[in-house]
Design a binder for this molecule. Structure first.
Ligand code: PBG
Length: 312
């Protein structure tokens, strides 16, 4: 069997695609990578929220799936919108890497909790809003581009530190630049952070589908991500909305276990913060995400969302 894989060509995207290739090799499946530029890779002078939140890193890959030029597309799960275009679906999620955000700097003394002011480069609306909420003494400057570009900008002195996902920093081999791992309880990650998602057309050959699921999919991560993505879907938030959610699986009473989903929303200026945790059975992941989102919306989340949409 031979599988054609669409991927972006950033180093992180290639790492992820090669990771999937290595998994498939375990079963004598051959594969090849088809490298594709997306709008998110090409337009670097505007923030993601201005380019348009939906599918900036995914659309060109999806075109290849529709045309049948590739079998699957590999993405950071975080970059995939919570609802996919018709005819496409996610067929597997890899086991999640450490989900935390980390502070990256050449200066080992820096810490978010020290009370010392410094400048953080990030253009994530979630990270900016959470920093405003928990660390009002810090300043942020807008910083896009792939990991290597951002670290170059850090080294040029454009900022003192970066706030990044551990998963990407670790995969790119920059662990020695991590000066602090941020607590999940405050800096709750973006939906899907740390997992790799495999997207395919509904028409994907059944044998390929089965092989990919068997060799790549991690069931517990999948359940967590279904809950998180359902939460995001109900909020109708793309990656430009400062929302966050993280689910954990636990053994609970008997199999197949329980999910605990924490998620919320913060206003762009950091003043209004809503966060809650809902627990439910593993088999009800989608309903759990939906219920948490409903609760957040009725407790004032709808007002926060309206004002976010007016400002972006
Ligand atoms: N949108 C950028 C993006 N997409 C996925 C990752 C990191 C890897 C991951 O979370 O899977 C990053 C960089 C970052 O947020 O630091």
């Amino acid at each position: 069997m031979h599988i054609k894989i669409a991927t972006r060509s950033s180093r992180l995207a290639l790492w992820q695609a090669e990771h999937i290739q290595a998994r498939l090799q375990a079963d004598d499946v051959t594969s090849e990578l088809v490298l594709i530029e997306t709008k998110g890779d090409l337009v670097l002078d505007r923030s993601l929220s201005k380019i348009g939140s939906k599918g900036v890193f995914t659309q060109e890959l999806e075109d290849q799936l529709y045309d049948g030029r590739v079998d699957i597309a590999v993405h950071s799960a975080k970059d995939l919108p919570s609802s996919l275009p018709p005819g496409l679906r996610i067929i597997a999620f890899t086991e999640r890497e450490v989900a935390n955000d980390v502070l990256v700097s050449r200066n080992k003394e820096l810490s978010l909790t020290s009370g010392q002011p410094f400048v953080i480069g990030t253009s994530s609306t979630r990270r900016i809003a959470l920093l405003k909420h928990y660390c009002p003494h810090l300043t942020t400057i807008d910083m896009r581009g792939n990991l290597q570009t951002r670290i170059r900008k850090l080294d040029e002195g454009q900022c003192d530190a970066l706030l990044l996902a551990y998963a990407g920093v670790h995969r790119m081999g920059y662990d020695e630049l991590i000066v602090e791992r941020l607590p999940l309880s405050e800096f709750t990650p973006a939906v899907g952070q740390g997992s790799i998602a495999i997207e395919a057309a509904d028409s994907l050959d059944k044998e390929k589908y089965d092989v990919i699921r068997r060799l790549v999919n991690h069931e517990r991560t999948e359940a967590c991500l279904l809950a998180e993505r359902s939460f995001l879907n109900r909020l109708e938030g793309g990656c430009s909305i400062p929302s966050f959610a993280l689910a954990h699986w636990s053994a609970g009473q008997g199999s197949p276990g329980q999910l605990s989903l924490t998620g919320g929303l913060v206003s762009l200026d950091g003043t209004d913060m809503l966060r809650d945790t809902f627990d439910g059975p593993y088999s009800e992941a989608t309903a759990l995400g939906h219920a948490l989102a409903e609760s957040i919306l009725t407790r004032g989340g709808d007002t926060i969302l309206t004002s976010i949409r007016e400002q972006l």
